[in-house]
Design a protein around this ligand. Sequence first.
Ligand code: SAM
Length: 238
Amino acid sequence: MRRFFVEKIEKPSLNVYGNERKHLADVLRARVGDKVILCPNDGNDYVYKIVGFDKNSVSLNYVSENKNETEPELMLTVFASLLKGDKTELVVQKLTELGVKRITPFISDYTVQKSKKNERLKRSAHEASKQCGRAIIPEVTEIVSFDQMLKTLDKYDTVVFAYEDAYTSGKRLSDVIKGNEKTIALVVGPEGGFSEREVNALTLAGYEPVTLGKRILRAETASIAGASVIMCLAGEWS
Ligand code: SAM
């Protein structure tokens, strides 16, 4: 059944307008009698049956509801430095599929692309949530600076500072992830990596560098692979 995100649920019936109506009626060519899942971002799936169309809306009747089982227990936040082109959209899409709860783009010393329309990133998260069956669209926050990001890290149970030069002296993910955390933050730098100032600031703040292996991963690979392994070590894949 197709999934759509709505502002709120109304019973016993409701109307869907705008893009969602267009998608249902024109793209999917849904018909009266078809069932769809509506999600108001409360963690539940609500099944509705289409009962009518007009040029502005689709009318649906409530059928049933159940808790969406795809949302992870772990509250994983990924702080990903803004990347060139549409790579940040790719990162948001993949992290959404992986169950990440919040994505915060940041600008660091070596970040090349210094701005990105937040709407574009939110749309990536919205579309990926529909595709992968989530009931809650991950939060994509406004872009922050490195220093703003640094100030927020102390509220997480575990912080994974992914540092490309940490293979010889850094920590392993399996040492850092305890498996009982409620909140974890993964921090990944830009194409040019972290500056010495940033490495010092993070380590002085008590966040030890963590290696993601012997090879230098592209920033988008590091965010996606790092989030995957954290989800696995946190027990979200067992
Ligand atoms: N400065 C790096 C170099 O030597 O080419 C490039 C940085 S890498 C493309 C982008 C980001 O991905 C890094 O800042 C780091 O956060 C993460 N990363 C890439 N490979 C990693 C690795 N093997 N271990 C830990 N983090 C890694």
